[in-house]
Ligand binder design. Structure first.
Ligand SMILES: Cc1ncc(COP(=O)(O)O)c(C=O)c1O
Length: 404
């Protein structure tokens, strides 16, 4: 399971233990493998963990975002605000409706959407008599929560709904409030690299009964009752299609993995936070590297002010102090057996968004300049202390060789 001295340390590995495997095997042996009792159990435990009214399990965060935008009534021609510093999913779901993703640049410290720039956009649009965007999708980048007070204030002022992209944010807190309980609807990912995983999977949370009902129906072909009930002893053959829905349900195989993963989510988080602390201590005084902003509070069980999920540990290279660029930096780490990644190539510089909306890199200068400097280092609970040390040694050695 653990990596040894000379093995390659990948950028991410899931934390699958015997208890995960046993529960999945139990489901496989039970005779019920698609959406059923385990999915119900996962949803109930997730809602309890979050402290929200509804949790609906789906097969990806992309599906969750799609269902959320459908529930709040996004249609063609609407605008939806989001950050360019995100994965394809966040903006593509806006395009599913023929709506327009409006990017707002990020703030340098958190790499999250800049609420002041968002306010400027909203004021400008109002000034020229344009309709306000229907919704905003704040992305809690790397797991550091967005400035939700400010975003909520603007959503109220301009009549926008808030659909949070919390793919990275389990567990995260904003000023004592858990991410998953703040916006109108929140979307989580259980993709293989995420803080808890079901291989592929997602969850959508809300306190709104009507939206929850709509999302549940749309997640399974627009059928007005759970299809799995149809095959159980108390079920009946009858069902009605009330809308052309999607096939977004989570299987019980995946849900059983999710149940065990959720039960240890806080323990897994503690190990991530420990690794982040080790990196912070090692890199804080290296001038060629900028370390990420840490959570503002102490341990998770106290205070619970603003808490970073440490899904990603993203360093920014101070390129003017180095004689190599980011690409070469990554190569040098790979040669030392360290896997890394880049989160993200900002959406506005991808061909589709460039060609469709005529965006240029400089349109969102903070996102673009940040992109050129970022490297995501390995951070996951399966890393041993010696893995952490190897990453620290490799980063320190590359910097010392290539500093100007
Ligand atoms: C910020 C962000 N949003 C959404 C997604 C989509 O998640 P999923 O793969 O579960 O659809 C990802 C996945 O990596 C992500 O990083």
């Amino acid at each position: 399971m653990m990596t040894s001295r000379n093995e390659f340390i990948p950028y991410s590995l899931p934390m699958i233990e015997d208890e995960d495997i046993e529960y999945v095997l139990d489901t496989l042996r039970s005779g019920w493998i698609t959406t059923g009792p385990r999915t119900k159990e996962f949803e109930a435990e997730f809602a309890k963990y979050m402290g929200c009214r509804h949790a609906i399990a789906v097969n990806s965060c992309t599906a969750a975002l799609h269902l959320a935008l459908d529930a709040i009534g996004i249609t063609g021609g609407d605008e939806v605000i989001t950050s360019p510093m995100t994965f394809a999913a966040t903006a593509e779901v806006i395009r599913y409706f023929g709506a327009k993703p409006v990017f707002v640049d990020i703030e340098p410290a958190t790499m999250n959407i800049d609420p002041e720039k968002m306010e400027q956009y909203l004021a400008m649009a109002a000034g020229r008599g344009a309709a306000a965007p229907k919704a905003v999708i704040p992305v809690h980048y790397a797991g550091y929560p967005c400035e939700m007070d400010y975003i909520q204030k603007m959503a109220e002022q301009y009549g926008m709904k808030i659909v949070e992209d919390a793919a990275h944010a389990l567990p995260s807190y904003f000023k004592g409030r858990r991410i998953g309980t703040i916006g109108d609807i929140t979307c989580f990912s259980f993709y293989a690299t995420k803080n808890i995983t079901t291989g592929e999977g997602g969850m959508v949370t809300t306190d709104n009964d009507e939206w929850a009902e709509r999302m549940r129906i749309m997640s399974l072909h627009g059928i007005s009752k759970d299809a799995w009930n149809r095959y159980s002893a108390e079920g009946s053959w009858y069902y009605e299609i009330v809308a052309p829905g999607y096939k977004y349900n989570l299987t019980d195989i995946a849900a059983s993995l999710g149940i065990v993963q959720l039960r240890k989510a806080d323990r897994l988080w503690r190990r991530r936070a420990y690794i982040a602390e080790m990196y912070n201590a090692a890199f804080r005084d290296i001038e060629e590297i900028e370390i990420p902003l840490s959570s503002l509070s102490g341990p998770m069980d106290q205070g619970r002010e603003t808490l970073h999920s440490w899904h990603l540990y993203v360093i920014r290279l101070n390129l003017d102090r180095l004689s190599i660029d980011r690409g070469r930096f990554i190569e040098e780490l790979r040669e030392r057996g360290i896997g890394t990644s880049v989160h993200f190539i900002p959406l506005h510089i991808h061909p589709y968004y460039r060609n469709t909306y005529g965006y240029k890199p400089g349109d969102f200068p903070v996102a673009y300049e940040t992109y050129r400097r970022i490297v995501s280092l390995p951070i996951y609970p399966r890393m041993t202390d010696s893995d952490i040390e190897r990453v620290i040694d490799a980063v320190s050695s590359v910097v010392s060789i290539w500093r100007k």
